[in-house]
Structures are given as C-alpha cells and as structure tokens.
Design a protein around this ligand. Structure first.
Ligand code: PMP
Length: 528
C-alpha cells in the first residue's frame, strides 16, 4: 500500500542512521538568514545558529530577501529555463562580470572563458576534461614535429646527405646495418614503438595531500581521502599527491614521472636522437584554503612554488575555489590574496545564492580550446534562472564598493577571535585554529588515548567531530560539522550576517565542549 511504501525508508537510510548515532539526524523545516529551524515535539519551531552554512553555499544567508524576491520575479516572468542551444546573453553577462572582478583582483585583464555546470564536482570535471583536450592537442602538435624530424632524417639518409650516428643506433638497440636506409628505418620503428606506448598511457594529475575536489568518477581521483577515492580508483586517471610546503616533493614527483618522446634530428650530415618533453601531467589541482582537508590555508610561499613549478613543466594550474571563493575570505578569489594565479578556476556553492544549483569553470584565454564547447554540455547548465541568480549574487557582493567582502573579513575576524580565545584557554584540548575570513576551523587534539572510554570509542569510530557537533546541536542549538577528510577539525562557515550574539552562542557551546573534553566527561558529551 502507499502508506506502507511511505514508511519504508529508501533515501539513504544508512546515512540517516549514522547521523542518528551522533544525534544529528534532525529535520530542518525552515531556513532564513543565518538560522535553520527545527520543530520540537510540541510542533513549535526553535532556531539553530547555522555555522555549517551549506558547507559554503550560503555566504549571503539562507533565502536572502533580494535573491528570493528576484527568483520569484524570474519565475513570474516565465524566464526560459530550458532553452538549450540558443543565445544565452545572461550567461554571457555573468561571464563578463566574473571577468571584470577577477581582472580587478589579479590586476590583469587576460580574459577567462566560462563553461557552466550544476555542481562543484561538475566544474572540476569540466576543468579536467578541458585540460585533457588541451593536452591531447599539444601531444598531437608534438607528434607532428617528431614526424617531421623522422621524415627529414629518412630523406637525408636516402639522398646520401646524412648517415645514422652510431650512438643513436646503439641507444635504441638498432644494429648499425651496412645499409643506411635500413638503419634509419629500424631507428624510426623503434622510436615509434616507444613513443606510441608513452602517448597511449593515461595522464597524471597533481594534487595536494588533504585536497578535496569532488566525488564524481573523475573528480574523486583528485580527492586525497582514500575512503572516498580508492574504491573507484579504476574509473579514472590517477593523481600523485604532494604534501604542502614541500617543493622537494614537487621536483621528486616530476623526476619520477616525467617522460620524453624521442625523435631524430639531422645536422652536419649526422642523424642523432632527440628528446622531447612529453606532457605527462594534465593539471595541478589546488585549493587556496583546503575545506574538507581541515581548513588549511595555502601559504603564499608554497603558492609561488607551485606556480613556478607548473610554469617550468608547462602544467596548467586548476585553482579550486568552490568552497573558498565567492567572497568568503574577503575577495571573490581567495587565491588572489596569496598571489596564486590559475589557468583554470572553479566556482560553485554561493554562486547559486543558496537557491540555484550552479557552477562555473573558467579557463584563461592562453589555454582556451574552443572545440571544448562542442564536446561538453549539460542539459541543466547555463540556464537563465541560475545565471540570473548568480548575477544577483555578484551584484550583492559588489554593492557599496564591496561592502560584503569587507563584512566577510570583519565577521571572520570576530569569529576568529572567539576561536583563538578558546585555544588560549584550552591548549590541552584545542590543537589549532586555522582559516581566513568566514572559513575557519578548530582542530581538537586526538582523543584515541583518552582516559574516558566513551571518548576513546568515538575517537576510534572515525566520527569524532560528528559527536561534538551532535552535542553542540542538542545542547547549544549550534549547527557545525567536522571537515569531511579531517574529522578532528570543526568547520565554521557562517553567513556574513552572523551576529555577535550567534558568535557568543558558538563560543559558549565550544567552551562547554572543551570543558567536557578537559574533564574527560565523554558520557556527558555523548549523552542524547
Ligand atoms: N571542490 C571543493 C573545494 C569542495 O569543497 C567541494 C564540496 N565540498 C567540491 C569541490 C565538490 O562540490 P559539489 O559537492 O558541489 O560537487
């Protein structure tokens, strides 16, 4: 019967159960500003201060009145949401506005072309696909010049103007036959065999340890967390993960993985073997502030190292601003604050104003391959609704000379001072406080050796931060979560409208959590 069907839980019931164990499986019935509402048993609503902020999607709050009013207007006007394969002036305006702001932040006006998507992971996949299309085209160009060298050598040997150099033959294991034509033919065959093998091998990506770039079949290969990545390893090209702040590791991975194509050159009557650097690396993925990896800010110095390294090996840099971008750190691009320039950028989350699903991949003109437009699309991307909403978001960020960015900085500093105070008072409990603007994290010391059996148990469960979040929700009506790949770090990404009183509420809740951890009162912390 339909009633029985309604009772049966089929929408990720296991996830709901896991959330339940930490006391987090509540239903929110309404959202406004920095607040989510839960209905209690008597049917009355009570407010929860939202520090999870849709993991970064509601920098402007839930249901910002202007965004909501604009959405209503768009629907009332019957804006053409499904008009694929037509002109999209609104998407063009959005791309232009993003370019205007980015040019200001980078102090450079090289344009970025925009490819739209629906989710963050989709923008990452678009960047990766574009980078691979570009790499393939560069490989073809390289093979073209190798071919030209082979043909020239063949011709020179045939007309007697050159001979195969002994070293070249020895290097490729070709016996230097008496017949020069035969020698060059064998050399060419050996070179082609070797080159074909290298060209056919999948590319490699570079990414940082702790990095998170999505969970789709391609993007999950770039997400460091093994729990998410390893079961799906066979589905895509692999990444090599490098630790932060270690330029030696960059050079080491390059030395280990670099490949060269071989060719032939003819000079002074001699045919010799040449080496041509092969583009093994498709792209280097980097978050200016790692979100799911525990709110880790990329240093200006290491950003410089990455930039220089990638320039040296001609590997494009994909700056993933899906969580850090859209004003959260006081600039549209958090990377612009540390002097990191992307060949690609990805933006999502707040781009949709908390109501639309929208993402964009931006690629600089220098790397742009227009053929990508013909081979990549989504039914839902680049539509008038999400494009208009995103334009409204940019208007709100840019209004009054960028007051929203300054507010993100100011509210971020106010939040940060609360977290710093906790760290100062509880150095035995709080290991670190990190972040910038409205992207802050508080890392707890590991409790796997705790004297409290409950604390040892939750530390071993892999859900440590979720239990702390459950306590904060139940006892303090504060919503926060640990970061996905570092569950000992709680993340705080409230809206720019977060009030001093909400910050006080968060501080009181965290103070209580720290006190209980110091007392090793695991029973109280986990009590329903
Ligand atoms: N990149 C980063 C940096 C992210 O934080 C996220 C989401 N947490 C993603 C990519 C994936 O975005 P989505 O969940 O919209 O696919």
């Amino acid at each position: 019967t339909s009633a029985a069907a309604a009772e049966r839980e089929l929408a990720e019931p296991y996830l709901r159960q896991v959330l339940d164990t930490a006391g987090l499986a509540v239903e929110y019935v309404r959202a406004e500003g920095n607040t989510l509402y839960v209905r209690d048993d008597d049917g009355a609503e009570f407010p929860v201060a939202d520090f999870a902020g849709g993991y970064g999607s509601v920098l402007l709050g839930h249901h910002h009145p202007e965004i909501t009013a604009y959405a209503r207007q768009l629907l009332a006007e019957h804006t053409p949401i499904h008009a694929q394969f037509s002109r999209h002036p609104y998407a063009n305006r959005l791309a232009a506005e993003l370019n205007r702001i980015i040019a200001r932040e980078l102090a450079d006006d090289e344009p970025y072309y925009a490819i739209f998507g629906n989710s963050g992971a989709e923008a990452v996949e678009a960047a990766v696909k574009h980078a691979e299309l570009d790499r393939g085209m560069r490989v073809s160009e390289l093979l073209g010049s190798v071919d030209a060298g082979l043909a020239a050598a063949r011709a020179a040997v045939a007309d007697g103007s050159a001979t195969v150099h002994g070293e070249a033959a020895a290097r490729l294991g070709v016996a230097l036959a008496a017949d020069g034509d035969e020698a060059v033919r064998l050399l060419e065959a050996a070179i082609r065999r070797r080159n074909d093998e290298i060209v056919a091998s999948p590319p490699l990506f570079l990414a940082l340890e702790g990095g998170f770039h999505g969970k789709l079949a391609g993007s999950v290969q770039l997400t460091h967390n093994e729990g998410y990545r390893l079961p799906f390893k066979s589905l895509g090209a692999q990444a090599r993960f490098v630790p932060q702040d270690s330029p030696e590791d960059l050079n080491a991975v390059h030395a280990r993985e670099r490949r060269v194509l071989l060719g032939l050159t003819t000079e002074n009557g001699r045919v010799t073997v040449t080496e041509h650097e092969f583009p093994v690396f498709c792209a280097f993925l980097v978050e200016p502030v790692q979100g799911e990896g525990g709110i880790r800010v990329l240093s200006r110095a290491f950003a410089r190292e990455i930039q220089d390294f990638c320039a040296r090996i001609d590997c494009p840099v994909v700056v993933d601003e899906i969580q850090s971008g859209m004003g959260r750190t006081g600039a549209l691009l958090a990377s612009s604050r540390i002097g990191l320039r992307g060949d690609y950028y990805t933006l999502a989350k707040t781009l949709g104003g908390g109501i639309a699903k929208a993402s964009v991949m931006l690629v600089r003109e220098k790397r742009y391959r227009r053929d990508f437009e013909i081979v990549h699309s989504s039914t839902f991307a680049k539509d008038s609704f999400s494009s208009h909403i995103a334009l409204k978001v940019l208007e709100l960020l840019e209004r009054d000379g960028g007051a929203a960015y300054r507010r993100a900085e100011e509210r971020g500093a106010a939040l940060r001072s609360k977290l710093d105070a906790l760290r100062a008072e509880f150095p035995d409990v709080v290991a670190d406080v990190r972040g910038h603007g409205l992207m802050q994290g508080l890392e707890f010391h590991d409790q796997s050796e705790a004297s409290s059996p409950e604390l040892r148990q939750i530390a071993a469960s892999g859900l440590f931060g979720y239990f702390l979040a459950g306590h904060l929700l139940r006892r303090h009506r504060v919503r926060t979560f640990p970061t996905a790949s570092a569950v000992g770090t709680l993340r705080f990404e409230p809206s720019i409208y977060v009030t001093d009183s909400e910050l006080g509420q968060l501080y009181a809740g965290l103070h209580d959590v720290c006190t209980l951890l110091r007392k090793q009162a695991g029973d109280e912390l986990t009590a329903a």
